[in-house]
Design a protein around this ligand. Structure first.
Ligand code: FAD
Length: 430
């Protein structure tokens, strides 16, 4: 049993949706030549919605509202749209092996799908506690958050937990966004993570301090510098408390685990070059096999701005742009320059909202008001006399645009105290 396509997108997440839009805009295929294969049962959607609008107690966002590409203020691609465009959606279908030499994929249902050009957009999966030697994370009231199924489990757990206790394991953005959602759903939250402060990979201590005290004012308790070692469960197998390495037992009606992700590379290991935990690509998003491209969370690609350093980014904007770039490179290789991406990441919690551009390396200076409940503060990272990164909480569109420009230009900084004094104005007047 088998089908043949010219173009196959493997994975049906954010990158797949934006790749489809780019194919349709460029019109570089005929009906039935392009297919998207996804393990998920629904057409591509904006994954960040799962920890934001989807978890709201009132008027939560539901599909089809957040299919791609509404996150970039673009067209809403429903199943109907794919049909109209002649793009085959092969949903609810897991690919279990790939043969790059033969240009075939084998699905769990036993179908062989062949391609001329493949775009790998398999994204990443949530790391499980079992991978850290802790068992029992399949309990009904332990939640992860990567896909719609996880989000539904979380929503169900929250609805039977009002007024109860939740423990959030992990202090990254999934942990932070879920903790905010739990509080909004009137659930008491304790966050547990081993680092000194939340968002350890990005935030400085000063920035983290602001968010932690804001969360504390909303009733969140922080238990830092420790990890969980096991769960206590009742006779039905539900978790009743979380046991920590420091000996404490935290009562828990539900647990949310956000301890990181791993790129879904396994189908291609030994067949394509890997780097930084992802599939290595060049500036055209092309892998070590010229018929295969990789985009989104699974791709490790050169960042021109960082002198060609290869990075694997786990952010939605990168998924959108790399996907579109790959399609441009496939359809119009001679007209498509190497990708020149400015790393960008954002998060929204409660009424707060921040954005970050560039790389958080070098010396940091902070500016702005770190005291208010509707704050406006930020930070610049400066290395070798040039801006390398910029963070801002509470800015408007023009502010963020100005920051992105100074990071992209690697604007020179000769006087650090002056940069600190000027703060956001430094970027705006540039
Ligand atoms: P994904 O969107 O993960 O899509 C991968 C797809 O591949 C999935 O459909 C998966 O089922 C499918 N797949 C994988 N393996 C197979 C297989 N073998 N066979 C068939 N199908 C397969 N980023 C931000 O910048 N800001 C945010 O605020 C933010 N919030 C987020 C909130 C949540 C809850 C999550 C989970 C992520 C968030 N992100 C955020 C990150 C962002 O969503 C990802 O960077 C983005 O989804 C990556 O897109 P992708 O297409 O590479 O992977």
């Amino acid at each position: 049993m088998g089908r043949a396509f010219v173009y196959v997108v493997l994975g049906g997440g954010v990158a797949a949706g934006y790749a489809a839009l780019e194919f349709a805009r460029r019109g570089g295929y005929s009906r039935g030549e392009l297919c998207i294969i996804s393990e998920e049962a629904v057409a591509p959607y904006e994954r960040p919605a799962l920890s934001k609008g989807y978890l709201l107690p009132e008027d939560p966002s539901r599909l089809p509202k957040f299919h791609t590409c509404v996150g970039a203020n673009d067209e809403l691609l429903t199943t109907k749209w794919y049909k109209e465009q002649g793009i085959e959606l092969v949903l609810g279908t897991r690919v279990i092996s790939a043969d790059v030499r033969r240009k075939t994929l084998l699905t769990a249902t036993g179908e062989t799908i062949s391609y001329k050009t493949l775009i790998i957009a398999t994204g990443a999966r949530a790391l499980k506690l079992e991978e850290f030697g802790i068992s029992g994370s399949d309990a009904a009231n332990i939640c992860y958050l990567r896909n719609l199924e996880d989000a539904d489990k979380l929503v169900n757990a929250m609805s039977s937990c009002s007024g109860g206790n939740a423990v959030v394991i992990g202090g990254g953005y999934i942990g932070m966004e879920c903790a905010a959602a739990l509080v909004t759903n009137k659930i008491k939250v304790t966050m547990v993570f081993p680092e000194k402060h939340c968002m350890g990979r990005l935030f400085t201590e000063k920035i983290a301090e602001y968010y932690e005290s804001y969360y504390t004012s909303k009733g969140v308790t922080f238990t830092k510098g420790t990890v969980l070692t096991s769960f206590e469960k009742d006779s039905t197998g539900k978790v009743t408390s979380v046991v920590l390495r420091d000996g404490n037992h935290l009562p828990a009606d539900m647990v949310v685990v956000g301890i990181g992700i791993r790129a879904n590379t396994s189908l291609f290991e030994g067949q394509l070059l890997m780097e930084k935990g992802g599939i290595k690509v060049n500036g055209q998003m092309q892998t070590s096999d010229s018929s295969v491209y990789a985009v989104g969370d699974v791709a490790a690609f050169p960042i021109k701005l960082f002198d060609g350093d290869i990075r694997r980014l786990e952010h939605v904007d990168s998924a959108r742009r790399t996907a579109r770039h790959a399609v441009a490179a496939i359809l119009e290789p001679s007209k498509t320059r190497d990708v020149d991406y400015l790393p960008f990441f954002y998060s929204r919690v409660f009424t707060l909202s921040w954005q970050f551009y560039g790389d958080n390396v070098g010396e940091v200076i902070h500016y702005g008001d770190f005291t208010s409940n509707s704050p406006m503060f930020g930070a610049y990272w400066v290395s070798k006399g040039q801006i390398t990164g910029a963070f801002l909480e509470g800015g408007n569109r023009d502010d963020y645009e100005a920051l992105s420009v100074v990071v992209r230009r690697k604007t020179k900084v000769s006087d650090m105290p002056e940069l600190e004094r000027q703060g956001l104005a430094f970027a705006i007047q540039e």
